[in-house]
Design a protein around this ligand. Structure first.
Ligand code: SF4
Length: 415
């Protein structure tokens, strides 16, 4: 039988006093009820497997939910355990991540999986976790369960460690990502820039006080019986659901532009709404101006094979494959001049193939690709020759994947 919800008012110690009309109890109740009724049914929300949740959190960094879903499903099907992720060849993990970008994430994920496996073997405790969790992933190696141990893993920062510990283990640890920052700065009317140290510390403190208070217990099902019957997101996982509810509210209702305050579950507690300041908050300061960069790429074909090369360690998109390319800012040499300086000799014809525009961090990149057909191997060749079928097995940087598709189409059309 459910116990009566605790309703003791709790004033948030970290919140600016003047504006802190909200109490933690009311806020938490409203968020949990709303989450029970409106949470999206995402595949990683159907499990408490920390490995599965970890993979989702790493994929979701800088990437939208709808983009991540097929990548997560594929990854979990092909590498369902920590051990499988630790042992997978580098080419395979890059191929599974191909298109998600920010590839350091996947390399760190594998490094962390290897650390977990090595640590479990060192302690000789692999066997104790050979049980099935809610999902059919056989877990052979135990994911660390303390916040400090999770935080110590490669590629895991304070946010990700908090997300894993609260979502998988229901621990009262805070999370603070872009969505949560937006929700908290608006609810509490915090006008200072969240990137500033003091304000950032205040936001972490608020998030921590909320999740600590949630741990004391609040059964959202009591206030929302219909939702409880329909949805899996009710019950006593208060810390998990509270953290997820703030992220979800930021993603679905309290959006950067045109937040839907009229249907927001916390509008009565929200200072930004009361004072009509939703457009001003959060105060993110001035954005760094974007820098334009231009690259010329060559899709060189010889006897049905294409010249491609692998990017080296320590650069953006390290280990991924690409077509030979050169940055051409400011100066405006012809494709022929660039080709000859790179390869020593060149063909007569350079056919415009495709132009791809994309962004990496603050760079706005234009990649102009030219198709060249070669009769013999150029004097200087940096790369390997691959058939379309072989290229299909390689993980390409996103823009170069488009070049590969255009190259194959042009060959098929007999151009
Ligand atoms: Fe965001 Fe509006 Fe809700 Fe406030 S009332 S939390 S600004 S959606």
């Amino acid at each position: 039988m459910n116990s009566k919800p605790k309703t003791k008012n709790f004033r948030l110690r970290g919140a600016p006093k003047r504006r802190s009309g909200a109490t933690a109890a009311k806020l938490i109740a409203a968020l949990l009820d709303w989450f029970a009724a409106h949470a999206r049914d995402l595949p990683w929300r159907r499990t408490r497997d920390p490995y599965a949740i970890w993979v989702s959190e790493i994929m979701l960094q800088q990437t939208q939910v709808k983009t991540v879903i097929p990548f997560w499903n594929r990854w979990m099907k092909e590498l369902p355990t920590i051990e499988a992720a630790a042992k997978a060849p580098s080419a395979r993990i890059h191929k599974l991540w191909e298109g998600l970008g920010y590839y350091t994430r996947v390399r760190n994920l594998q490094k962390a999986a290897q650390v977990i496996v090595a640590e479990c073997r060192r302690r000789g405790d692999e066997s104790q976790t050979k049980s099935k969790l809610e999902t059919p992933h056989v877990v052979s190696y135990k994911f660390p369960e303390t916040f400090d141990d999770v935080l110590a893993l490669p590629g895991i920062g304070r946010y990700t460690a908090g997300a894993i510990c609260s979502i998988a283990f229901n621990q009262p640890v805070p999370i603070l990502d872009g969505n949560v920052i937006r929700v908290l700065t608006r609810i509490f009317g915090i006008a200072e820039n969240p990137k500033e140290k003091k304000t950032n510390a205040l936001l972490w403190k608020l998030a921590e006080e909320l999740v600590s208070h949630a741990k004391k217990g609040r059964d959202s099902a009591l206030r929302c019986p219909d939702a409880a019957a329909r949805r899996p997101y009710h019950g006593s996982n208060y810390c998990s659901f509270l953290n997820q509810s703030m992220m979800e509210l930021g993603a679905l209702v309290c959006t950067p532009r045109n937040p839907q305050c009229q249907i927001c579950p916390v509008k009565k507690l929200c200072l930004a709404f009361k004072e009509n300041r939703t457009e001003e908050l959060p105060n993110l300061g001035k954005r760094e101006a974007a820098t334009a960069r231009r690259f010329i790429a060559f899709v060189a074909e010889r006897n049905g094979r294409f010249l491609v090369r692998q990017r080296t360690t320590g650069v953006v998109n390290a280990h991924l494959w690409e077509f030979p390319n050169v940055e051409a800012n400011g100066v405006n040499p012809s494709p022929r001049e660039i080709f000859e300086s790179e390869f020593g000799s060149g063909p007569k014809e350079f056919l415009p193939l495709v132009t791809v525009k994309h962004s990496i961090t603050r760079y706005r990149i234009t990649l102009e690709a030219f198709a060249v057909r070669l009769k013999k191997v150029p004097v200087k060749t940096d790369g390997v020759w691959k058939t379309p079928a072989q290229m299909h097995q390689l993980a390409f940087a996103a823009a170069h994947k488009k070049l590969a598709s255009a190259a194959v189409k042009s060959i098929l059309s007999g151009r």
